[in-house]
Design a protein around this ligand. Structure first.
Ligand SMILES: [Zn+2]
Length: 304
């Protein structure tokens, strides 16, 4: 499943390749891919003619900002991929939505297992409405019957790579939680974008046991975790993401990060730090990989 580095890679690719492009037509071949607006024909009609202004990311969702202020969200979920196909590329039987671009290319939403969802939303939460004549205008909420982009992400925690995500902020959030570290790192309301791969990698790098209670971390351990989360995510982006099955960048190619992982899916192989075997346990139904020697259950100071 694509996590923050994979989704960020796709967003950066699309920014480079389709910002400034116009969508002339959308063809939806699997209606349930469209979350909003419904039905799919309405989505297709509303997106036709849209100019792509820029492409970004929030949590594990690609944000395609349109020039008129609307935003298209693409949640890749398990096997979704956004691929830019040059003119003349043979059709893809797993493409659930195809966006024709004015220059002849196609932006294809490919999804083997069909869990991903695409939405088209009005931008912002408020709009100015003139209140009669004169200079005065007032701010009113948009009609309540229509979703707004803010509601799509209302349950999400902070972005771990944002400048505002400081070690102090992480410490404050951890201190209020008694959950296990592994469980908490996967909780999208606690921190956005981290999934199973990067949670295991961050805990190994920070030398923290996956079952440690969040509110028992020392200030030094919090600083290690903060640094480790950001390092593993940045490394993942640098290597264009981790591919184990379906994930590809917008160029259709897998990323290079899987072979550079330290613990994930390395059960019984020697730890890169101490040489002892990596163990696998299940935490909250998720397989968890760690080094029992480097990541002891009890708090230990680490010289770094
Ligand atoms: Zn070790």
């Amino acid at each position: 499943m694509p996590e923050l580095p994979e989704v960020e890679t796709v967003a950066r690719d699309l920014q480079r390749w389709v910002a400034g492009a116009t969508i002339t037509r959308a063809t939806v071949t699997w209606d349930r891919t469209i979350r909003h607006p419904q039905p799919a024909e309405r989505f297709a009609a509303e997106i036709a003619g849209a100019l792509i202004h820029r492409v970004g990311r929030r949590a594990k969702t690609v944000l395609i900002h349109l020039a008129d202020g609307r935003i298209m969200t693409v949640a890749l979920r398990m096997t979704g991929a956004l691929i830019v196909a040059p003119a003349g590329t043979p059709p893809d039987p797993y493409a659930r939505v195809v966006f024709d671009l004015a220059d002849g290319r196609e932006l294809r939403y490919r999804d083997v297992r069909k869990f991903g969802r695409i939405g088209l939303w009005p931008g912002g939460g408020m709009r100015s409405v003139g209140a009669g004549r004169g200079a005065r205008s007032r701010r009113v909420a948009e009609s309540a019957g229509r979703y707004r982009i803010g509601e799509v992400f209302s349950g999400h925690g902070p972005e771990p790579l944002a400048r505002s995500f400081s070690a102090a902020r992480l410490a404050e959030r951890l201190s209020r939680r008694s959950a296990k570290l592994k469980t908490l790192l996967l909780d999208q309301s606690f921190i956005a974008g981290v999934g199973n791969i990067y949670a295991d990698e961050a805990l190994w790098r920070a030398r923290l046991h996956p079952l440690r209670r969040a509110d028992t971390l020392t200030p030094d351990e919090v600083r290690r975790l903060h640094r480790a989360v950001r390092q593993v995510l940045r490394q993942g982006i640098h290597n264009r993401g981790s591919s184990f099955s379906d994930y590809v960048g917008a160029d259709g190619l897998p990323g290079d990060n899987a072979e550079r992982l330290m613990v994930y899916r390395r059960t019984e192989q020697p730890c890169y730090r101490c040489g002892r075997p990596i163990r696998r346990i299940v935490v909250g139904q998720r397989s968890t990989h760690f080094c029992p020697h480097c990541q002891p259950e009890l708090s230990q100071p680490v010289e770094s």
